[in-house]
Design a protein around this ligand. Structure first.
Ligand code: SF4
Length: 233
């Protein structure tokens, strides 16, 4: 490897939408690429197998249908479903990523150092790094752009970064209008999953994306697509 840093294991976490039906929460093109291309490629480069892990118990749907208990400052929320993720307070990072990661490390019962992919020009994220995490990108002076080029050089660039400017879960409330348009166009079956959830009553909030309901977001998406068709037709 490039700088001969010690490496014992490679681990990747898959956020799940619905464990029971095997529906991933990851962008479909990205997770397919991880399984079919990136993992074998990493094995080729390092000789190490990648452990692809997930939270087998809790997923997006269990979180959506979790009922608020009595420990709340807001009595009107008691007994209601959590509903859609709230932009800026996403619970999936903790449930879908950090929980399985912590379980994974616990099984080894020893101290470890984890390498995380944070670049030199991401000072806020670097400042939040825990004492047992190291950014090799920062250590060897790689900015985000340089990391992009490095991945491209080693054939390890996810289609996410080729086709769009952001990765992440397909249901992410931080997604933009055109991102949801893309999702609906390419994966109408996933969009339908969200539509079904938008009809669930008794949720704490009806908001789907920050201050917008699902219906309001769809209206914006329809308008966006209509404008594009006027420009390109
Ligand atoms: S991509 Fe979005 S939904 Fe997924 S964990 Fe990150 S903030 Fe949450």
């Amino acid at each position: 490897m490039l700088h001969n840093e010690p490496l014992d294991r490679i681990v990747s976490v898959e956020v799940m939408f619905d464990n029971a039906r095997g529906i991933s929460g990851e962008d479909p093109e990205h997770i397919q690429w991880v399984k079919e291309f990136a993992i074998p490629r990493l094995k080729e480069l390092t000789g190490i197998d990648t452990d692809l892990i997930r939270n087998e118990k809790d997923d997006y749907l269990t979180e959506f249908f979790k009922k608020r208990g009595t420990k709340t400052k807001y009595p009107e929320r008691i007994g209601k479903y959590q509903g859609f993720l709230l932009g800026g307070f996403c619970r999936m990072n903790s449930i879908g990523k950090m929980t399985p990661m912590r379980r994974y490390w616990r099984q080894f019962r020893r101290n470890y150092v984890s390498y995380v992919g944070i670049a030199l020009d991401e000072p806020e994220r670097l400042a939040r790094l825990k004492s047992n995490s190291v950014s090799l990108l920062a250590k060897y002076g790689y900015t985000e752009r340089m990391a992009f080029d490095l991945c491209a050089k080693y054939d390890l660039l996810s289609p996410n970064y080729i086709n769009s400017s952001r990765g992440g879960c397909w249901f992410c409330p931080n997604n933009k209008v055109h991102g949801f348009c893309e999702l609906r166009r390419k994966h109408p079956e996933l969009w339908e999953e969200l539509r079904k959830l938008s009809g669930v009553k008794n949720t704490i909030s009806q908001n789907f994306c920050y201050d917008k309901t699902f219906a309001q977001m769809e209206k914006l998406m329809n308008w966006n697509e209509k404008q594009l068709s006027i420009i390109f037709d």
